[in-house]
Design a protein around this ligand. Structure first.
Ligand code: G3H
Ligand code: ZN
Length: 277
C-alpha cells in the first residue's frame, strides 16, 4: 500500500535500518522497484525528481501511475517528490497524494534556505506530508562530479531546529550521477551528524558508493539512501544487450521487460545491502 514517509523513515531510523529510495523516470522503474521490494519484503521509497517531471512535461501522468502502482503493492511504499526547487510542484505533488517531498533550497544561502524550507514544512505538515530538505549541497547534479562538499554538524542541527524538517540530506563525500562506485564517504562525519541531528539523515548520490560502504553508512547513521544512476546503468545495460542480440526486434516490451526484471533483482539485492528488512 501507499504509506506516509514518516511511517517508513522514522521506523527505520529507530531500528537502525536503511531505506532504499530509488528514482522513477519511466513507469517501468516504478513496477521494477516495487517488484524488487516485494521479493525481500522491505518497504521502499519511489521518488520522482523535478528533473524527471521536466522530462515528462508534467507531474500528473507519471505521478498518478506511480501512486497507483504503490497502492497495489504488498509492501509499504512511499511516493516522494525528489529535489523540488519549484514550490508549485510541491503543492501539486501534495494535492496528488504524494506522501513525502524533498524541498531542495540547498543552492540558496543558509538564511534563505531556512526561510524557504520553513514555509514548505508548514504547508506540508498541514497536509500530513513528510518533508526532507538539504543543507550543504551534494554536488554533481549538473553532471560535474563534486565530492568535496561537507555539511557542518552544528549548522545541520541549527537548520533542523529552525525549519522543523522531518529528514535531512547531508553532504558527506558522495556526488550525484556517478557511473562508477568509487566515492569515498566521510564516516566520521556521518557519525558526528548522527549524534548532532535529531532527524533521520539522507544520503544522496549513492550510486557512486560501493556495497560495503553503503552498509557501513547505514550502520554509521544514514537512514534514507537515494540511488538512481546505478539502476539506470543496470536497466540500460540490458536494453543494449537485448537490442544488440536482436537487431530486428521492434516490440518495446521485449527489451524493456528484461531491463525491468534486472532492476527488480538488483533492488532486492541492494535492499539487503542497506539492511532494509
Ligand atoms: O536524489 C537522488 C539521488 O541522490 C540519486 O543520485 O543518481 O547519483 O544515485 P544518484
Ligand atoms: Zn539527490
Amino acid at each position: 500500500p501507499l504509506v506516509s514517509g514518516a511511517e517508513v523513515v522514522l521506523a527505520a531510523a529507530k531500528a537502525g535500518r536503511g531505506v532504499g529510495a530509488f528514482n522513477v523516470i519511466q513507469l517501468e522503474h516504478a513496477t521494477a522497484l516495487i517488484a524488487g521490494a516485494e521479493q525481500v519484503g522491505a518497504p521502499v521509497i519511489l521518488q520522482i525528481s523535478e528533473n524527471a517531471v521536466k522530462y515528462h512535461g508534467a507531474l500528473k501522468p507519471i505521478g498518478l501511475g506511480t501512486l497507483a502502482a504503490a497502492a497495489a503493492a504488498t509492501v509499504p511504499v512511499v511516493v516522494h517528490l525528489d529535489h523540488a526547487m519549484d514550490r508549485d510542484l510541491v503543492t501539486e505533488a501534495v494535492a496528488l497524494g504524494f506522501t513525502s517531498v524533498m524541498y531542495d533550497a540547498s543552492k540558496l544561502e543558509y538564511a534563505d534556505n531556512v526561510a524557504a524550507t520553513t514555509e514548505v514544512v508548514a504547508y506540508c505538515h498541514d497536509h500530513g506530508v513528510f518533508v526532507e530538505a538539504e543543507i550543504g549541497e551534494v554536488g554533481g547534479k549538473d553532471g560535474v562530479h563534486a565530492p568535496g562538499a561537507r555539511t557542518r554538524p552544528d549548522e545541520a542541527l541549527a537548520f533542523a531546529e529552525a525549519t522543523g524538517v522531518d529528514a535531512l540530506a547531508v553532504a558527506v563525500g558522495s556526488s550525484h550521477a556517478m557511473t562508477e562506485r568509487t566515492a569515498t564517504l566521510d564516516f566520521e562525519l556521518i557519525t558526528q551528524l548522527r549524534e548532532a541531528v535529531p532527524v533521520p539523515l539522507v544520503l544522496h548520490g549513492s550510486s557512486g558508493v560501493a556495497d560495503p560502504d553503503l552498509t557501513r553508512a547505514v550502520e554509521a547513521g544514514m537512514t534514507k539512501v537515494n540511488i538512481a544512476t546505478h539502476l539506470n546503468n543496470v536497466f540500460t545495460a540490458v536494453v543494449r544487450e537485448v537490442l544488440a542480440e536482436n537487431p530486428k526486434l521492434v516490440d518495446t516490451r521485449k527489451y524493456l521487460g528484461p531491463a525491468r526484471d534486472a532492476v527488480a533483482t538488483e533492488v532486492a539485492r541492494l535492499l539487503g545491502v542497506l539492511r532494509a528488512t
